[in-house]
Write a protein that binds this ligand. Structure first.
Ligand SMILES: Nc1ncnc2c1ncn2[C@@H]1O[C@H](COP(=O)(O)OP(=O)(O)OP(=O)(O)O)[C@@H](O)[C@H]1O
Length: 309
């Protein structure tokens, strides 16, 4: 757990976050490490109960962004609010409303999973609110993350995927309102990945807000309501995966052969174009439509954004 950070960032007024207010709101966020400017003024909003994936290449600033939101790192400039509080000034009661799963985490290899969860739960118990579900019963939580059999095993004997599930259990033991996950499924096999996606979706149905980072476009596609692509110091695109596909890869390539010659054109309106083509006088053979894969579009966009830095 991090210690609280002192801040040069002016405090913003604390507000109560109602259902209509976003869980996370960021405006003009900038971050420099010495001379290196990593974030150049990013804006993002995450609504209550939403699952948002922050996608981007190595070094894009994904961890930096969520560490600022968690209150672990002080920003250079910009406005940030998480559950109505500026993270640079968040107190322990605010911190108890967040869940955090870092990229890697190590504990003493001889501790047992159940013991460790009981220990972490004791930090959250004082902040359980009357009438609310409160922090998890540890045995229920072990069951939910699929670690019942490993409950009393030393942590050092867990596999990589089991260790990651324990990290996630630690992150959610206080039943957070907002959960930050930094590359949560690294080391998971496909089955564990699918279980994890189901778990996160189930938690989001209970109005938990999730902001996760990933390199994996397929993971973002499977899990997130919305994807934000961070590259070159800014959010270069955002939306649902379908919106991104339309926004970024709207033009499909249509090829066909007519009178022995191959023709090629790009269009956003494939059906309209093909209808007109087929209604025309010429013969049309070997008609093909190619849409670029989302992955190719993503890679091209990241290359563009990095090229303009
Ligand atoms: N404490 C630090 N001091 C100096 N530079 C840092 C520090 N932390 C991160 N950086 C630099 O900031 C940039 C962004 O790093 P960050 O870890 O936020 O990126 P990321 O998108 O999470 O990358 P990855 O996908 O590899 O985890 C990198 O160039 C990194 O070297």
């Amino acid at each position: 757990m991090s210690t609280r950070v002192a801040s040069a960032v002016p405090a913003t007024a604390e507000t109560t976050v109602g259902p209509e207010q976003p869980a996370v709101r960021v405006r003009g966020l900038r971050m420099a490490y010495g001379e290196q400017e990593v974030l150049r003024g990013i804006d993002l909003t995450v609504d209550r109960g939403e699952i948002v994936a922050l996608l981007g290449p190595n070094g894009a600033g994904k961890s930096t962004t969520i560490e600022i939101l968690e209150g672990f790192r002080l920003r250079s400039a910009g406005e940030v609010s998480v559950l109505g509080v500026d993270p640079a000034h968040g107190d322990e009661a605010w911190r108890a409303r967040l869940g955090i799963v870092l990229q890697s985490w190590r504990d003493h290899a001889k501790w047992q999973a159940r013991e460790l969860l009981l220990h972490f739960r004791s930090f959250y118990r004082p902040y359980d609110r009357p009438g609310a579900a409160g922090s998890w019963e540890v045995d229920d939580l072990l069951d939910v993350v699929g670690l019942t059999e490993q409950a009393r095993k030393p942590i050092g004997t867990l596999s990589g995927g089991q260790r990651r599930r324990l990290d996630i259990a630690i992150g959610i033991v206080g039943r957070p309102e907002v959960l930050f996950l930094d590359e949560p499924t690294v080391g998971f096999d496909p089955e564990a990945r699918q279980d994890f996606h189901e778990l996160i979706r189930r938690l989001a149905q209970e109005r938990m807000t999730v902001l996760l980072t990933t390199h994996d476009l397929h993971e973002a596609e499977k899990l997130a309501d919305r994807v934000l692509i961070l590259a070159g110091g800014g959010i270069v695109a955002g939306g649902t995966v379908e919106e991104l596909s339309r926004q970024l890869g709207g033009d499909a390539e249509v090829t066909w052969v007519s009178a022995g010659r191959t023709h090629r054109t790009r269009t956003a309106d494939v059906s309209g174009f093909v209808r007109e083509l087929l209604q025309g006088d010429g013969d049309v053979e070997d008609l093909r439509v190619n849409r670029p894969a989302l992955e190719d579009i993503y890679l091209a966009m990241v290359r563009d954004a990095e090229g303009t830095r």
